[in-house]
Design a protein around this ligand. Structure first.
Ligand code: CAA
Length: 379
């Protein structure tokens, strides 16, 4: 497998880096403190083509490969993981599924504006009693003539209030278990669709995470994605790709924290010399850099496997499992290298440490990744 980046890859990475420094770094601490969604910044990310990177240009997307998307996610996550989770959900969980399984009408109406970032999408699978156990969907959609009546509650939905289009997974035939689950496109503003409470989170505080309530919401049959009963497979397949995005986010968080720790260690003096000259710090830097490089290999490999059209469920779960562990380890060590300064907001590493934790939880906890990996090993 050749990880040599093409000129196009380098251009994407540099554009993301430039944007991040100019537009995301200023204000990132305030947005985190105030739990404020980076609305204008996400709009600009859309204008620059970051919100529908892999979508076919005929649906207004960038037509890029997964490795380009991973490179952009990595750069953006170094600075602002709240912005990158919005980007990841829009690209991998919403645009991807719509492009792969949506009808031409659905693509015209929803995918085109989603791919340009003109509107945002959300992916609604988790429920109060169905997190890891995603087959236990309580939200139900009952067919009545030419529409479904949707009832239920979704939890922890990224882009919860900022999205305009929601992919909602719901039970259409409870007697069939996971084969009785379907996916629907629901628009913000439809009668009975209520945006519930905003979560006050440990990390990714700029991301707007909400519960959503559906009370007798009328959804046209034409807004179902795929056949009835296809919803669980749809969600699982979508998450296989989503996990590459979150693995890239975790990699970026780790790399961002490491870069800050490295720079700080060269400036900060203790016992008469820069702390980078003390072996205690050198060993930490060496461990951090090695773990990041190993995570990067897994993440890029998962992206390349997907781009080659091979089965990537296993590779994406491995990448997410490992990169999220690395994000946690490296950010904790980056705070340690900074000493007391690392514990205050101004130095950024405490935010990255808080942001890192969610990468071990969303789009499947680390334990879920191990289930996916071990099932593949044993099948
Ligand atoms: N890829 C493709 N298909 C898969 C799959 C995968 N990774 N995992 C399971 N499936 C398929 C199985 O092959 C099986 O299909 P068949 O019936 O056709 O054989 C079907 O799904 C049911 O699978 P299981 O019998 O294995 O179901 P299970 O209930 O034992 O376990 C699970 C499934 C892997 C634990 C699954 O429930 C899961 O992935 N849970 C985690 C859910 C999750 O990641 N939630 C994240 C929410 S989204 C989010 O966080 C977005 C955000 O806002 C950031």
């Amino acid at each position: 497998m050749n990880f040599e980046l093409t000129e196009e890859h380098i251009a994407v990475r540099d554009a993301a880096r430039e944007f991040t420094q100019a537009e995301l770094l200023p204000g990132v601490i305030d947005r985190d403190t105030e739990a404020r969604f980076p609305k204008e910044q996400i709009q600009k990310m859309g204008e620059l083509g970051f919100m529908g990177m892999m979508v076919d240009p005929k649906y207004n997307g960038g037509g890029m490969d997964t490795l380009s998307y991973v490179l952009a996610m990595e750069e953006i996550s170094k600075i602002d993981a709240s912005a990158s989770v919005s980007m990841s959900v829009n690209n991998s969980l919403v645009c991807w599924g719509l492009e792969k399984y949506g009808t031409e009408e659905q693509k015209e109406k929803y995918l085109k504006p989603l791919a340009t970032g003109e509107i945002l999408g959300a992916f609604c699978l988790s429920e109060p009693e169905a997190g890891s156990d995603a087959t236990s969907q309580r939200t139900e959609a009952k067919l009545e003539g030419d529409h479904y009546i949707l009832n239920g509650t979704k939890n922890w939905i990224t882009n919860g209030s900022s999205a305009s289009v929601y992919l909602v997974i719901a039970q259409t035939d409870a007697s069939k278990g996971h084969k009785g689950i379907s996916t629907f496109i629901v628009e913000k503003g439809w009668e009975g669709f209520i945006i519930g409470k905003k979560e006050d989170k440990l990390g990714i505080r700029g991301s707007d995470t909400h519960s959503l309530m559906f009370n007798d919401v009328k959804v046209p049959v034409g807004n179902r994605i795929g056949e009835e009963g296809f919803g669980f497979s749809f969600a699982m397949e979508t998450l296989n790709g989503g996990r590459i995005g979150i693995a890239a986010q975790a990699l970026g968080i780790a790399a961002g924290a490491y870069e800050l720790a490295l720079a700080y260690s060269k400036e900060r003096k203790a016992f008469g010399k820069p702390i980078s000259q003390h072996q205690a710090i050198q060993f930490k830097l060496a461990d951090m850099a090695t773990q990041i490089e190993a995570a990067r290999m897994l993440v890029y490999k998962a992206a390349c496997i997907k781009d080659q059209g091979e089965d990537y469920a296993h590779a994406s779960a491995m990448a997410k499992l490992y990169a999220s562990e690395v994000a946690m380890n490296v950010t904790v060590e980056a705070v340690q290298v900074h000493g007391g300064y690392g514990y205050v907001k101004e130095y950024h590493v405490e935010r990255l440490m808080r942001d890192a934790k969610i990468t071990q939880i969303y789009e499947g906890t680390s334990e879920i990744q191990k289930i996916v990996i071990s099932r593949n090993l044993l099948k």
